[in-house]
Design a protein. Structure first.
Length: 127
């Protein structure tokens, strides 16, 4: 007997974290630190220490992990210059830069809906 899918829900693959085309990618780039690092790199190439100073509440370990994840996803390019000590620079790839078009739309939405969201939070918290 064929399994019936209830009406008005997403296809089954959206519930599988490996197969879902959205979850698989968005989960890698939607974290707090990823978005902050990407936004900082939008303004140009930076050394690790510059990124660390720009985000003082991130640990060195978390920044390293975030940069590695973004590099793995093809959003950030890591360039090592053989000097003493070695110089390591990070910059956005063209794929990373292309992310700012949809992020801009999300930012615009958030700014436009900020008052409504704050009102909803206040209403919820007062219950």
């Amino acid at each position: 007997m064929k399994k019936r899918t209830p009406p008005n829900i997403a296809p089954e693959k959206f519930y599988d974290p490996i197969m879902c085309p959205v979850r698989n990618i968005v989960s890698k780039i939607s974290g707090k630190w990823s978005l902050l690092v990407l936004t900082h790199l939008k303004f140009g190439s930076h050394r690790f220490s510059e990124l660390k100073n720009a985000l003082p509440d991130i640990s060195q370990r978390m920044l390293t992990q975030t940069l590695r994840n973004l590099e793995r996803e093809g959003l950030v390019l890591r360039t090592v210059t053989p000097t003493t000590p070695p110089r390591v620079d990070y910059e956005l790839t063209s794929l990373g830069t292309s992310l700012f078009q949809p992020l801009s739309a999300l930012s615009t939405w958030a700014l436009e809906k900020k008052t409504l969201i704050e009102r909803a939070r206040k209403k919820f918290d007062s219950r």
